[in-house]
Design a protein around this ligand. Sequence first.
Ligand code: NAD
Length: 436
Amino acid sequence: MRIVMVGSGYVGLVSGACFADFGHTVVCVDKAAEKIEALNKGVIPIFEPGLDQLVESNVKANRLSFTTELAGPVADADVVFIAVGTPSRRGDGHADLGYVYAAAREIADAIKGFTVIVTKSTVPVGTGDEVERIIREANPDADFAVVSNPEFLREGAAIEDFKRPDRIVVGLVDDRARSVMTEVYRPLYLNQSPILFTGRRTSELIKYAANGFLAMKITFINEIADLCERVGADVQDVSRGIGLDGRIGSKFLHAGPGYGGSCFPKDTLALAKTAQDNESPMRLIETTIAVNDSRKRAMGRKVIAAVGGDVRGKKIAVFGLTFKPNTDDMRDSPAISVIQTLKDAGAIVAGYDPEGMENAKQLLDIEFTSGPYEAADGADAAVLVTEWNEFRALDLERLKSVMRTPILVDLRNVYRKSELEVHGFSYTSIGKSSDI
Ligand code: NAD
């Protein structure tokens, strides 16, 4: 199959490289000339484990190429994926579909022969109808079908997720697209990944329902964690105790500083808006959003309390800035709110992240250091915000020796109180009363 990816960000680049690896011929297009220039020089503009080798080998095999010019590749394509961003619209929280519609208009002018246009971006119910209308209006003679094929990959494990998905969802209204999409994903269902064909609107909703449910699950365990702290229970044992129930499942039951990242915050908001607009409000999702929003600043206050209630003029070290490990993505990272809360209270913040420093520098006005011990140098407390492997086995003696006061606030429950106390630390975690 000849495939074009419009948008070469976290999703477009990973999907494009994986499709090429399946044996398809893929052209990744992006408006950002510096991204395409970097890719053409063999430099990967994002951090995603394994992506550099995957891109390199498929470029060498002439199956993967990069350009800013959409028209030529689209004219030759069997399938065109739209994988551009759908951020929250400023002001009202609806998904901003400006990039999707702009891409649709550009594609419309370039289509030649029967072409399947696939929205891989996360888009609200009905967007496929609008994309179809835009293309039809711009190019009444075009022969095309618009398909929804949401992406479920996780940053940090994106290649594995793309190549071994739990399921592939394809929503269509024009049955001619079914055989094309079957061909695109044939290598995957040889690997036994189920492919679920649905209506296009259903497919669009499946993505939001999945992200809404996962965000709700995280938020649920976070509230249980707060209750654990009040009643002398241990949230990690509660998670294990409920997660072993096959009806519940153990994933997404890790209490922490609240969900962040490029998807859950904006997708929960967009789902709530879609539901309100359709007079079917989703109170569970609305509450999830509100609970999660207030949690992030509450985590900042937790640090302030651990330091004795006043951080003015005190130095706080922050370990981990990205919204989760193994990515350089800072979008809506809980670290941003935690740090802002600390700074609002007068703290001096020094931070370190293994891969996110460049992106963090665009967003945060703090001291950036070359490692965790440098951040902790002279600090009155350290906060572990993102559970990078590098922070899982800190040299606690060394850490203590550089800090002014050995206080560790562990927002990811990586450590045990007993082991920290042996090294003379005062230790605070999530969802455990102070004696656990
Ligand atoms: P991103 O911001 O990393 O990438 C989007 C890219 O599209 C950018 O490089 C931008 O320059 C480019 N672009 C915008 N308009 C364009 C146009 N008209 N032509 C060519 N290129 C254009 O975004 P992302 O994280 O890859 O997310 C893309 C979509 O996938 C979103 O809808 C998101 O919700 C969804 N999604 C993301 C993830 C994830 O983990 N990041 C997972 C599943 C789904």
